[in-house]
Ligand binder design. Structure first.
Ligand code: SF4
Length: 381
């Protein structure tokens, strides 16, 4: 029986579709009856999953998407209240994060937000030509007013997402974006490098994007600006002030259990005794899910697969893989599995031993490091 898990809830609705996005979401209008049905079904699923998996402690909840605020304030309130009522009592403060688009922040939404401890807003950029070029959902001119409203309520429990590598984004424009974002004093900032996800309009190649070297240079300039302003990088794309890291996302990087609910949601439950686990994925099909013909997938994760995933997720984190959990599950330390790779990266000054982790410069080459580590794991290097 699993005792503890985080909960991720995927809300698969958006007001439109941004060109770079490959998350499962469908465009809806506020009168779509599936919005109410979604809340009913989600609460039923959460109750059933908590019982089926024997979850008695939920330290973190993350409601993402999609755009949770696309549910509208009243439905969102019903969802948050229902989730709170279903979760087992927990000692201490539970981290409860809600994602929203800044444009949807209004008094009604902020009243609903009293039920969460953290608000994460997808700004991406203040620069209109960049926003328009990728059809970023939402009205950029509303950002200053809405961000101020959110900052007044949430203070440093506010997290803002920004993007680098957008069309028409020079270093000067990026640094202005960062300066504007920091003027709202968020405790947490995610700085994402734009990636071309297969099947998205952006990947069709019709946009003018910075060359890869220029995109890398921009992201590094952004990273340095955030750190100079006092936020510390703690993962590939995440920066925070002290005590303001995302406890929920840290569960992913440490490979601690979480449930994933809602169409397109995915969870991972690991048995620490056997070092094996299960991945439970809800099919990304709202109508099938609502009609209870869900087509959910359950994938068995054997030990070699979990070792690989623990390295893949763990080395994203600036504290590296969780040694205690790794040894408990796999009965050996990470060093015994990829000694040659670790030795080479340490010799290049891109890896440290205590804690075992890539340095900030090493993180820039994470994919190369992982490719070498996996070749060594498979005995093919
Ligand atoms: S608002 Fe967010 S989830 Fe919706 S399409 Fe845009 S990036 Fe994707």
């Amino acid at each position: 029986m699993m005792a503890e898990a985080g909960v991720y809830i995927h809300v698969p609705f958006c007001a439109g579709a941004c060109d770079y996005c490959d998350f499962y979401s469908i465009p809806v209008t506020p009168t779509d009856k599936r919005l109410d049905q979604y809340v009913d079904q989600l609460l039923k699923d959460l109750e059933a999953s908590l019982i089926a998996e024997g979850i008695s402690r939920v330290p973190t909840v993350y409601i993402g998407g999609g755009t949770p605020s696309a549910l509208g304030a009243a439905r969102l309130d019903r969802l948050l209240e229902g989730v709170g009522d279903l979760l087992p009592e927990a000692p201490g403060v539970r981290e409860f994060t809600l994602e929203a688009n800044p444009e949807s922040v209004d008094e009604a939404l902020l009243r609903v937000c009293r039920r969460v401890t953290r608000l994460s807003l997808g700004v991406q950029s203040f620069h209109e030509p960049s926003r328009r070029a990728v059809h970023r959902v939402g009205e950029g001119s509303l950002l200053p007013e809405r961000l101020k409203m959110a900052a007044d309520i949430f203070g440093d429990a506010l997290s803002l997402d920004l993007m680098t590598g957008l069309p028409f984004q020079s270093e000067t424009i990026l640094l202005k974006d960062i300066e504007k974002a920091l003027s709202y004093k968020p405790g947490h900032v995610s700085l994402y490098a734009l990636t071309l996800e297969e099947g998205t309009p952006l990947a069709a190649g019709t946009h003018t994007l910075p060359e890869p070297e220029e995109a890398d240079r921009l992201w590094i300039a952004g990273r340095d600006a955030l750190e100079t302003a006092g936020l510390t990088q703690y993962e590939v794309s995440n920066f925070s002030r002290p005590g303001k890291q995302s406890a929920h996302n840290i569960r992913y990087w440490r490979m601690e259990n979480w449930l994933g609910l809602g169409p397109g949601g995915s969870g991972t439950l690991i048995n620490d005794e056997t070092g094996t686990g299960r991945r439970l994925t809800v099919k990304a099909d709202l109508d099938a899910w609502l009609s209870c013909n869900t087509g959910d997938q359950e994938e068995y994760l054997d030990q070699p697969t979990l070792i690989q995933e623990s390295l893949l997720m763990g080395f994203r984190y600036l504290k590296g893989p969780d040694r205690r959990l790794f040894e408990k599950r796999f009965h050996r330390p990470p060093e015994s599995l990829i000694p040659q790779t670790l030795h080479r990266w340490e010799a290049r000054g891109l890896l440290q031993k205590e804690p075992l982790a890539l340095t900030k410069e090493g993180l820039l080459f994470l994919n190369t490091f992982l490719a070498e580590a996996f070749r060594e794991l498979e005995g093919t290097n």
